[in-house]
Design a binder for this molecule. Sequence first.
Ligand SMILES: [Zn+2]
Length: 200
Amino acid sequence: MMSYYPLSLRNLVRNFSKLPGIGEKTAERLAMHILRMPRRDAELLAQSIKEVKERIKLCSVCFALSDHEVCQICSNEARDGSLVCVVEQPADMVAVEKSGSYNGVYHILQGVMSPMDGIGPNDIRIKELEDRVKTGRVKEIVIATSTMVEGEATASYIAERLSSFSVKVTRIATGVPMGGDLKYVDQLTLRKAMETRNAI
Ligand SMILES: [Zn+2]
């Protein structure tokens, strides 16, 4: 049936179907929707896709997604730069921000250690975290990786690796259910977990 469509439309369907969770039927529906959209709206969509690819980079300090070399949080002087919350992904940082209980800065690992998938400590931003600690400006590291096996292993590894530095290492485990992914933890639970963090 697809081959009855003109080539440009087939290309759009094909590109949509490469997205996660989008099957061919949905891809076709989206393409048809775009076709019916006002030209201006379709152009804005295309433009915003182009813009994120051109502009978004990783903050050179914390590796959060940013439009600038240093992100808004790292460059905000009202934030406590001596307190660093370590998370796996940008979405986890957003979850902590939404809980409204945190005024420190972040370190986004850009992944989690997972021997099964061949991801070791050198494949995520642990060295960069150690470098931040070495500057002596960091007083506390709050590890907020998930409570799944990989998140726990990563937390232990980081605590061990930073044990020779005079930095307090804490973990926000309390209240976050085992196997819990930060993104899915409600804001109140996350706030409590942040307030009652324990030394590891
Ligand atoms: Zn940053």
